[in-house]
Design a protein around this ligand. Structure first.
Ligand SMILES: C[S@@+](CC[C@H](N)C(=O)[O-])C[C@H]1O[C@@H](n2cnc3c(N)ncnc32)[C@H](O)[C@@H]1O
Length: 219
């Protein structure tokens, strides 16, 4: 629990003027997020840290499903995400969500115009009181959050598919539930996140439960 430090983080976060900025509630996650809902509900988590937020679609999910949850989200939200969205045009994941090519082009045009940061915040603006965006990179930002007194009950990792986030999160917040995405990514690359998570679990004595893209570590 760390209400005071959440309030400080929230207070120091920068929310740009979002008038006229359309949200695009598009997630890169691949399913199984009920597992995370279960951990939040069963553990009574009130403070969550998400590493890698993109357009805040997953953030929106946690905040709308869990009215008592406060969320800190780390992401650089840099303009590289615009090129990333451009690469999704016409590809199956984006086409499933927005079948019309014109809608896909509109999404790209809006994100190009308004930037990934404002677009992401527009997606969670109705939960503004419970979301503190932190612009920058993990793991550096994890140490900064710890220094500021933030203590998440649950950490959700959806960024680089490297061991750093697991190791540093566990070192800083040994009691937090460590969870994440990318379990399903990517068969051609030999499912790198499975290797990261399984090796971490073995080293620190956790078991792993996974469903589609989502994984959680259990004590
Ligand atoms: C797969 S997307 C996140 C998807 C999001 N959680 C959702 O479900 O919609 C990965 C995100 O991680 C961010 N990212 C990449 N490296 C990062 C790092 N070291 N620290 C924080 N965020 C990072 C990227 O900017 C990108 O927005």
């Amino acid at each position: 629990m760390s209400s005071v430090s959440f309030n400080d983080l929230h207070h120091s976060s920068h929310w740009p003027d979002l008038a006229g900025v359309p949200p695009w509630d598009y997630t890169l996650g691949g399913g199984g997020r009920d597992l995370i809902d279960r951990v939040i509900t069963e553990s009574g988590a009130t403070h969550m840290l998400e590493i890698g937020c993109f357009l805040c679609a997953s953030a929106r999910r946690w905040l709308s499903n869990h009215p008592n949850l406060k969320l800190v989200g780390i992401d650089p939200w840099d303009d590289g995400l615009i090129d990333q969205v451009a690469r999704y045009i016409g590809r199956p994941n984006l086409t499933r969500k927005y079948p019309a090519p014109a809608t896909q082009q509109q999404m790209l045009a809006d994100i190009t115009k308004n930037g990934p940061y404002a677009t992401a915040l527009a997606n969670v603006v109705e939960f503004k009181d419970r979301f503190a965006p932190v612009r920058g990179l993990s793991p550096d930002k994890l140490y900064e959050l710890k220094d500021k007194g933030f203590e998440p009950d649950i950490v959700y990792i959806d960024c680089d598919k490297k061991p750093d986030e697991l190791e540093v999160s566990h070192k800083l917040w040994p009691n937090a539930h460590i969870t994440g995405d990318d379990w399903h990514w990517n068969r051609a690359h030999g499912y790198p996140m499975r290797t990261v998570v399984n090796e971490f679990a073995k080293k620190h004595g956790f078991t792993v439960e996974a469903d589609w893209a989502t994984w959680i570590l259990k004590r």
